[in-house]
Design a protein around this ligand. Structure first.
Ligand code: PLP
Length: 383
């Protein structure tokens, strides 16, 4: 869009102000066609031929997300994992990549097994320690550094600007899984990252009613073109209806993220020194290890995700999750409904999640109701 850069609320509320030119509708139609008419002279002047390659249903969502991130272009995918794994599959066997020890579990699993079998040299490092990243980089050989901040399920913080400088110094790209921060709280491209990835399943859509992923590039590159070709040919494309729903969800993203962050901060403050809580992990708490970096690179809040380690070990944690009524026992995050999950039993052996950890995704209910429900469940679990 021309003119001065708009605030995220203005970009989101009007989804960039797109009007359907054919009907003057303020909300676009759902484009479901899989194929497009060829002109009589055998050319495609519309620029569209087949929906695996190019679907008008993607255009608005991709433009809105790219504008929110301050990027060059965005590409939607069939899931967050499809978007994330594409970044590695677009490399070549023998390439060296670095990933965090603490990160979204399914991707860590995929990198440790499939990506290695496929030929990537994958190394896991402590991304909260800039020195550890610098030591692990192999100039000229490391192609991609992957970070996640705040990172599941301990909410470890990586300094994006430091990581970008280190990666670039070694000739590598920096990709950031920014699912938890969202472009409302952090804009990794402005901090030097080359690529941002989101599980749009989570906050971007925000209503727990679709699975989608997205990549945003800071600038055009041969790697970005290769990613595009991989999406077209690999076929990890999002459906038309999901793309339409995603635009609807995006319209309220800034409001939802700020509300969830404010409630999460209240919940964290309430339970941080609670007698039934062993430790509370939330980047917004001044005592949290990554707080200073988070305060520098997150604006307007520390996100809606926190973890609570319950006194009494795994049994007490599982009993607490069993005792809640308002919180829903389910995986995923970033929806309007608050979720609670015993993370170690989901992740299995090798998880960095302590056995007494409950992961909380704070939704849009009143914080007082969420606090009261958790208080009751904690009390019942430990009696
Ligand atoms: C959910 C999630 C993913 C994977 O997204 P899917 O849409 O489930 O494939 C990746 N990273 C983070 C941080 C997530 O929360």
């Amino acid at each position: 869009m021309d003119g001065p850069r708009l605030h995220p609320e203005s970009i989101a509320a009007q989804a960039l102000g797109w009007i359907d030119e054919a009907t003057r509708a303020v909300i676009p139609p759902v484009h479901v066609s899989s194929t497009y008419l060829r002109d009589p002279d055998n050319r495609y002047r519309s620029g569209r031929a087949y929906a695996r390659a190019d679907n008008p249903a993607f255009d608005q969502a991709e433009a809105v997300i790219s504008a929110l991130e301050g990027g060059h272009e965005a590409m939607l995918y069939a899931s967050g994992m499809a978007a994330a794994t594409a970044c590695f599959l677009a490399l070549r066997p023998g390439d060296h990549v670095l990933a965090p020890r603490v990160m979204y579990w399914s991707l860590r699993d995929w990198l440790g097994a499939f990506a290695r079998e496929w030929g990537l040299e994958v190394e896991f490092v402590d991304m909260a320690e800039p020195a550890a990243l610098r030591a692990a980089l192999r100039p000229g050989r490391t192609r991609l550094v992957w970070v996640e901040t705040p990172a599941n399920p301990l909410w470890s913080i990586t300094d994006i600007a430091e990581a970008a400088a280190a990666a670039h110094g070694a000739g590598a790209l920096l990709a950031v899984d920014s699912t938890v921060a969202t472009p409302v709280l952090t804009r990794p491209l402005a901090l030097g990252a080359d690529l941002v990835m989101h599980a749009a399943t989570k906050y971007l859509n925000g209503h727990s009613d679709l699975v989608a992923g997205v990549l945003v590039a800071r600038e055009p590159s041969a790697y970005w073109q290769r990613l595009r070709a991989l999406r077209v040919q690999g076929g990890a494309t999002l459906g038309s209806f999901e793309s339409w729903l995603l635009v609807r969800g995006l319209r309220t993203l800034p409001l939802r993220v700020r509300a969830a962050s404010a409630s999460a901060a209240r919940i964290a403050a309430h339970f941080a020194a609670h007698p039934r809580v062993r430790e509370l992990l939330y980047p917004g708490l001044p005592g949290f290890a990554g707080h200073a970096v988070a305060a520098r690179q997150m604006q307007g809040g520390f996100g809606g995700m926190l973890s609570l380690c319950v006194r009494g070990g795994e049994a007490a944690a599982v009993a607490t999750a069993a005792g809640v009524r308002l919180w829903k026992r389910a995986t995923s995050l970033g929806g309007t409904e608050s979720l609670i999950e015993h993370r170690a039993s989901v992740e299995g052996p090798g998880t960095p999640a302590p056995a007494d950890l409950l992961r909380l995704s704070v939704g849009l209910e009143h914080a007082d109701d969420l606090i009261a429900d958790l208080e009751e469940a904690l009390a019942a679990a430990q009696n």
